[in-house]
Design a protein around this ligand. Structure first.
Ligand code: PEP
Ligand code: MN
Length: 337
């Protein structure tokens, strides 16, 4: 259930409603929108039977939420969530491009990529220090050394850093270095990890699981939100299908569906979605046309020599071209890069 407060509800009305909910043994989650305040009731709702919350002063309506996710639901927040990190916003009019190599491989590789993506206009640098590899024999990432290199690039080029965490035990360490913490597709339903990330003061980039439905994905976001972190960015990165030509099937239909169901920002990762660099730019254009709030794109100074995901990585030159192309699409849909 959510309680929609009237436009003219006072602070005292809101407080009284919260108090009543808490007295009944629930948690109240406040969402203060521009128009009105919405109060989510968190707990076993069967205990609400027969309680007339409509009768409290300032309450306009008490609405059931039919989906299993509540805090992630659009009903909790009519206007979309805009996440602010310094002067960078995610979910507003500006499309944010997060770009960089799949993995941090060396200081030289990362600094060079960072310089190039910054020059092209990106504000957020990506790069994995902990890599979830299918094979235990593949390059696993530089770990803390990789985080240090990312932090150096941030200082040198004025970029924000997004990087993946795989283990609840390294959440505090990754949070020290990252501006945005990524949860990879393979960990989307690692509920203990999600709970830890609920306690962290960093936005979370939550990638869609390899075979996750949109509802399962939003429920994963709900874990983070319900544990106290309101800043979740969803990332569509392709799902498993019968198609084998591409690495995954990029489900762009998820973009308008997520926008309909949820207030959370959503970005699209055409690199992992397609797995082949030549299709990244066309699908980046399509993602923006579909309403995505940003892109996550792999860029490598020398894709043929990449230790990870070279086949899907853009060269800096192709990344520049991609930015020029998406600028036009962004303008056509009333947004900017
Ligand atoms: C990545 O971003 O490099 C990555 C491992 O992505 P995903 O979790 O979507 O496979
Ligand atoms: Mn990758």
């Amino acid at each position: 259930m959510v309680i929609v407060m009237a436009h003219n509800a006072t602070e005292a009305d809101i407080k009284a409603v919260v108090k009543r909910i808490e007295t009944l043994g629930f948690r109240a989650h406040l969402s203060r929108g521009e128009e009105r305040t919405i109060i989510g009731i968190i707990g076993d709702e069967r205990r609400l039977a027969g309680v007339a919350l409509e009768a409290l002063p300032g309450v306009e309506a008490v609405l059931p939420i039919l989906q299993p996710f509540k805090l992630a639901s659009r009903i909790m927040r009519e206007e979309g969530t805009v996440i602010r990190i310094g002067d960078v916003t995610i979910g507003g009019d500006t499309i944010q491009v997060m770009a960089g190599p799949c993995a941090v491989e060396s200081r030289e590789q990362l600094l060079r990529t960072a310089e190039e993506v910054r020059k092209a206009g990106a504000r957020i640098l990506r790069g994995g220090a902990y890599k979830p590899r299918t094979s235990p024999y593949a390059f696993q990432g530089l770990e803390e050394k990789g985080l240090e290199i990312l932090a150096e690039a941030r200082e040198m080029f004025g970029l924000l850093v997004v990087t993946e965490v795989m283990d609840p035990r390294t959440v505090p360490l990754v949070a020290q270095y990252a501006d945005i913490i990524q949860v990879g597709a393979r960990n989307m339903q690692n509920f203990f990890l999600l709970r830890e990330l609920g306690k962290v003061d960093r936005p979370i980039l939550l990638k869609r699981g390899l075979s996750a439905t949109i509802e399962e994905w939003l429920m994963a976001a709900e874990y983070i939100l319900s544990h106290g972190n309101p800043n979740v960015i969803l990332c569509e990165r392709g799902i498993r299908s019968f198609e084998t030509y591409t690495r995954n099937t990029l489900d762009l239909s998820a973009v308008p569906i997520v926008k309909h169901l949820s207030h959370l920002p959503i970005v699209v990762d055409p690199s992992h979605g397609l797995g082949k660099w030549r299709f990244v730019t066309p699908m980046a254009r399509a993602a923006i046309a579909a309403g995505a709030d940003g892109l996550l794109v792999e860029v490598h100074p020398s894709p043929a020599e990449a230790l990870c995901d070279g086949a899907q990585s853009l060269t800096p030159e192709n990344f520049h071209k991609m930015i020029q192309e998406i600028e036009k699409v962004a303008a056509a849909v009333g947004r900017r890069i």
